[in-house]
Design a protein around this ligand. Sequence first.
Ligand SMILES: Nc1nc2c(ncn2[C@@H]2O[C@H](COP(=O)(O)OP(=O)(O)OP(=O)(O)O)[C@@H](O)[C@H]2O)c(=O)[nH]1
Length: 247
Amino acid sequence: MLGRSILRPLERLAGAMRQVEKGDYSEQSLPPARDDEIGRLVAHFRTMRQSVQESRHSLEEKVRERTEALDHLTKTDPLTELLNRRGMTERLEAEISRAGRNNSRFGIVWLDLDRFKDINDQHGHKRGDEALIKVSRLIRSIIRPYDSAARWGGDEFLMLLQQCDGPALELLSERIRAAVATSCHVDGHDGIPVPFSISAGTYLYDDGDDLETILLRADLALYEAKEGGRNRVSHYRQRGPVRLQSR
Ligand SMILES: Nc1nc2c(ncn2[C@@H]2O[C@H](COP(=O)(O)OP(=O)(O)OP(=O)(O)O)[C@@H](O)[C@H]2O)c(=O)[nH]1
């Protein structure tokens, strides 16, 4: 009698508690509802289990949100809010394996402000920062929604253009160069606008390329654009030397 009415219900309740301890909030076979102390104990347990489950869920949700925010921060450049080098490296690596799987191609534009040191030296670091922000906004307004842009460091920007071919890469990089040259400036002394320009090197992914090769070749093209006189875009050609594209 004592066993059936008291000990067995208490054993079932203890079993249900152990389940909750293990993180299992499913409806355990609790003793049936009854109007006595055991029944009230079971009812309290149900309420407590629900409240523990809700708190845990909300805590997990907060941790997930914070982790996402932190992840975003570690991959974002604070000045321009573009990706930083780390964020872009991750995208590039993902794109390289996607291109390998799908036999698709993508393009890289490596862009660098021309004589940026002079802007800093003559008009101040704040104006230099403004120039970087202007370039970043312009890039964002020109690339397509599924492309990515990063501030690679200092006055260098890197763009990843998905599903790209040679003509599209040339068109887009040239559009960015021309837009900076015609519409970007910093406010110089006495409010006189001081225009500035960028140089860019491009590279189109080829089968089997790794990250290092891609970056090296885009950088080589950029170097050629600088050597060629700046305010120009140079395209690295597969199986051949870099050829300069004139303005
Ligand atoms: N305002 C500002 N300047 C920066 C920042 N990061 C790097 N720089 C400056 O960017 C300049 C980069 O100049 P360089 O790459 O050496 O060369 P450049 O003057 O742009 O000349 P070319 O690239 O040869 O055309 C340096 O003076 C850095 O101090 C930044 O966050 N803000």
